[in-house]
Design a protein. Structure first.
Ligand SMILES: *Cc1c(COP(=O)(O)O)cnc(C)c1O
Length: 424
């Protein structure tokens, strides 16, 4: 029988703290600015859109943040997630590289987003908030937050980018199953949505516009707060359960990774995967981190490094990041979760400082990789995650032609069982 390595971890070894990379970085991050005054934003200014516990996590400099017991009780449903050796893919590629993937598709809604959704719902409920409002692209974030909302007794309202709402109705049904209320964006229910519809009644929408609609709703409805599924420091913090588990699992089998790969939309699964390995990198260990993005939304590879709004209408604080400009409307690619004009400030800074790399992939190369992976490994990846697979394949082929024995690990951020229309 062929060898198949699947590294699982006992529940009792669950990661119990989130890791805050900011405690270890030898440089400071450029802080978010108040768009009116251009001064560093105060925690008070954020309190209209975020609850106090979340703001605290956004700004904390503590190296570790304890995961509350109630959140661990929910993580235990699907964590620790498995680390799988892609032995069939290695064989197919005839590469000397060893390839592994961390599989986040086993989460209740099928992607890594549940890691932060559960945390955010818990803290908002604890702070007395009754409703969370958010945006969603392909629907993974809206589903994850709706699920988390039912777990912690919060109402969840979701603005879903129109193109995805129409292309991917399955996730709309999933949100509804978890009692989320979902509407297509741009919508008639906000002023900014109405503006976009006036310009173009068939506007395909974008994440930036949906964020604007969500924030406008929070500012107009009582006891509501906004919840973001990527980009911000606290979201990346919550996602570090991925990288910390990964580190343990690799050491359980005596592997030292040389290349870590993740797809990049706003930077949360990539950050969650690689940030726990930054201390080793700073200590001089030979390890590369590669963020993989679509050629058609090339934030990290072609964007400018500057302050920009996180949304399209200019409601959010100014964030220092790689950006294609807040008005960028990406082409209608299938990887809806990667259609974002900006990037996480932490990831942007790491790229600027040369600690990580970025690479971009055509839709064709990405789907080719996804197809190969589905057939040989037996998991249909989300179109977003397929960018990480394409990245791993590129590096494995390079390793073969250069005769290097790399240990390549990528994060498989979600399954694609609800994305079959994209494959069609
Ligand atoms: C949302 C999503 C992404 C992109 O978001 P990041 O914050 O960059 O991780 C990637 N993969 C899947 C499966 C997603 O749902």
């Amino acid at each position: 029988m062929k060898e198949r390595i699947i590294v699982t971890m006992p529940k009792k070894e669950m990661i119990k703290e989130w890791y805050n990379v900011k405690a270890d970085l030898p440089f400071a991050l450029d802080p978010p600015l108040n768009p009116q005054t251009k001064e560093v934003i105060t925690p008070e200014a954020l309190s209209a859109i975020f609850c106090p516990s979340i703001i605290e996590q956004e700004v904390t400099t503590e190296r570790y943040v304890k995961i509350p017991e109630d959140v661990l009780d929910e993580y235990v449903v699907f964590r620790p997630t498995p680390l799988i050796r892609a032995s069939f893919l290695e064989e197919y590629l005839e590469t000397p590289a060893r390839i592994y993937y961390k599989y986040e598709g086993v989460s209740p809604t099928g992607s890594h987003k549940t890691n932060t959704a559960l945390a955010q719902a818990y803290f908002n409920a604890r702070d007395g908030i009754k409703q969370l409002v958010t945006e969603t692209g392909a629907g993974q974030w809206g589903s994850a937050l709706s699920y988390a909302g039912t777990k912690f007794g919060l109402k969840v309202k979701v603005f879903m980018v129109r193109i995805s709402y129409n292309q991917k109705p399955m996730r709309k049904y999933m949100m509804q199953l978890f009692d989320g209320s979902v509407q297509e964006s741009p919508s008639q229910s906000t002023k900014c949505g109405q503006e976009y519809l006036k310009e173009d009644p068939k506007h395909p929408g974008s994440l930036g516009i949906a964020i604007s609609e969500a924030i406008e709703t929070v500012l107009n409805e009582g006891n509501s707060r906004y919840s973001l599924g990527s980009v911000l420091d606290h979201v990346l913090l919550h996602q570090t359960v991925i990288g910390q588990e990964l580190k343990k699992q690799l050491s359980m089998i005596g592997e030292i990774p040389t290349i870590l790969i993740g797809c990049h939309g706003g930077g949360s699964n990539f950050g969650g995967t690689i940030l726990p390995f930054i201390p080793e990198k700073l200590d001089g260990q030979e390890i590369r981190f590669i963020a993989c993005e679509p050629e058609s939304c090339p934030t990290l590879t072609k964007g400018e490094y500057r302050y920009d709004f996180g949304d399209s209408s200019g409601f959010t604080p100014l964030l220092m990041m790689y950006t294609l400009g807040k008005d960028f409307v990406p082409p209608k690619i299938h990887a809806g979760g990667l259609r974002y004009h900006g990037s996480a400030p932490i990831i942007a800074k790491l790229l600027k400082e040369g600690l990580i790399e970025a690479d971009s992939f055509s839709q064709e190369e990405t789907f080719k990789a996804a197809k190969v992976f589905s057939k040989v490994e037996g998991i249909i990846p989300a179109p977003e995650s397929a960018h990480a697979i394409a990245g791993a394949i590129r590096e494995a082929i390079k390793a073969k032609s250069e005769g290097r024995r790399e240990v390549i690990v990528f994060n498989l951020s979600g399954h694609g069982l609800l994305d079959l229309s994209a494959y069609a």
